[in-house]
Ligand binder design. Structure first.
Ligand SMILES: [Zn+2]
Length: 237
């Protein structure tokens, strides 16, 4: 997560401002800093939220996973030294290899109950790895209807980041935020592009402040949300 997006964020519990409580680890890629491990804190209710593997977990307390809650405890105990690592951005081939590995761990094609099911899973993995960032069709539609500058963009339910990376490359917005509830898909989005600020958050309780984003996109998401009307209300802020 880039520190500059902090002013765009709000607490999922009370909508208060979010600040940094403690930084544990930073990464520098292409001379740009990323927060990899840190604690965020709400100015309103003082609730703490962890950044794990570069992904802030901005969810109400009962929606945090066990390992995320444990990270908060661990980070609180950590002393105040900041670990800084300088790394080169991975090349596309290295990214695709890592993404494929994660997807294979998640979908386990080797455990498929039939040959045809295994084939289906393999096709799905292939699509997700090599084709999910080819979403020019959405760009073509946007170019027809959107003629303003795009300084900030938010994707709700952006999964593994294919669509938003397409928009990022074309419009070059300064602020790029993706939210998704799925932990593994959020990790894949970070591998695809660490400068897509991926946040694990809920589509019906978006931790981004009102009226600060130029362009909001959501695709293939509403059908997965039980309270989809709440998501539309949240997106239409
Ligand atoms: Zn709060």
């Amino acid at each position: 997560m880039q520190e500059k997006i902090l002013t765009f964020l709000q607490c999922p519990e009370c909508k208060g401002d979010i600040r940094i409580n403690k930084i544990i680890e930073k990464k520098i890629i292409n001379n740009k800093e990323l927060l990899i491990a840190a604690l965020l804190q709400c100015n309103g209710c003082n609730e703490l939220f962890p950044i794990i593997d570069g992904i802030p977990r901005l969810l109400e307390k009962d929606k945090l996973m066990e390992f995320e809650k444990l990270k908060v405890v661990e980070y609180k105990k950590t002393d105040n030294k900041i670990l800084i690592r300088e790394e080169k951005e991975l090349i596309k081939k290295e990214k695709y290899t890592l993404i494929e590995k994660k997807l294979r761990q998640l979908f386990k094609p080797e455990n498929a109950v039939s040959f045809s099911m295994r084939n289906r899973i393999e096709r799905d993995i292939d699509y997700r790895v090599f084709h999910s960032d080819k979403k020019e069709k959405f760009l073509e539609t946007t170019k027809l209807y959107y003629h303003r500058e795009m300084k900030s963009i938010l994707e709700v339910g952006g999964g593994q980041g294919g669509t938003i990376s397409c928009f990022k490359n074309y419009y070059q917005p300064d602020i790029v935020i993706l939210i998704d509830i799925d932990s593994v898909m959020s990790e894949i989005s970070q591998i695809r592009d660490p400068f897509i600020n991926t946040i694990r958050a809920d589509g019906i309780n978006i931790p981004v402040k009102n009226s600060c984003i130029d362009f909001i996109i959501t695709t293939a998401t509403l059908e997965h949300i039980k309270k989809w009307k709440k998501c539309i209300q949240a997106v239409a802020f």
